[in-house]
Design a binder for this molecule. Structure first.
Ligand SMILES: *Cc1c(COP(=O)(O)O)cnc(C)c1O
Length: 238
């Protein structure tokens, strides 16, 4: 078994174990394999193990990988933009990705909607929330999330799927859980308020905190290091 195959198996086992501990169905937690700085061959390897959903931070790098992997003619993959989206990059995201997790301004959402090609289904989007208030961080403030969500929900080229968070690293499970639970409460409140059946995604949890995120109600964990190794390490030739 390759390292990536083994890593994927381990991550899936961690997800299953966290779900069991939280009394949740593992089918309700999707695994997004994060491929920033990961070579196309490593993505191919993960895809050969049945992994279908991939997350990219760097839009240009992502667009190149999407084209390369599509040219393989293997099973279609689902690509999620999880990095910051500058206004001048919205067209690339709208044309090439299936999801964008990092919508935190109406202007960017409007551009994504306008630029989404009509032959594609609406772009699935999450509102990125700055859940722990880091001053330099992207993401809308929690108190501003409802107004942004209401506006985004009206855009025809988008389908509002939920919320996304990237909390600061926290020292232990309890500290991680406390922050993730704040996101869960905001998500539940919004779900009630918006009443949209497809508002069903809480994108949170990474290699170091996926257990706490799942305990708090995450429906999509974004995992890079635990699948592909440390960036700049064995899988990227550094
Ligand atoms: C890098 C990254 C991840 C994955 O982080 P790991 O700690 O490598 O699992 C998830 N989400 C975002 C937004 C990232 O930038």
């Amino acid at each position: 078994m390759t390292t990536i195959a083994g890593n994927l198996q381990q991550v899936r086992a961690r997800i299953a174990q966290a779900c069991a501990a939280a009394g949740r169905d593992p089918a309700d937690v999707a695994l997004l394999a994060v491929t920033k700085a990961v070579a196309p061959d490593a993505v191919r390897e993960a895809a050969a193990c049945g992994q279908r959903a991939f997350g990219e931070n760097y839009i240009q790098e992502g667009v190149e990988k999407i084209a390369l992997l599509a040219a393989d003619g293997a099973a279609p993959l689902q690509w999620h933009c999880i990095g910051p989206i500058q206004s001048n990059k919205t067209r690339l995201v709208a044309q090439h990705f299936d999801w964008a997790h990092t919508v935190d301004r109406l202007k960017v959402a409007e551009r994504l909607s306008e630029q989404r090609p009509v032959h594609l289904p609406p772009l699935a989007v999450c509102i990125q929330v700055n859940i722990d208030g880091g001053a330099a961080k992207s993401g809308v403030a929690p108190q501003d999330a409802p107004a942004l969500a209401r506006a985004v929900a009206l855009l025809p080229g988008l389908r509002l799927r939920g919320l996304m968070t990237i909390p600061e690293p926290a020292p232990d499970f309890d500290a991680q859980l406390a922050v993730h639970q704040r996101a869960r409460i905001l998500f539940d409140d919004l779900r009630v308020e918006l009443g949209l059946p497809h508002f069903d995604t809480l994108s949170m949890g990474m290699s170091a905190d996926l257990e706490a995120a799942i305990h708090a109600g995450s429906t999509m964990v974004r995992v890079g290091t635990a699948v592909f190794g440390r960036r700049g390490g064995v899988d990227t030739g550094g």
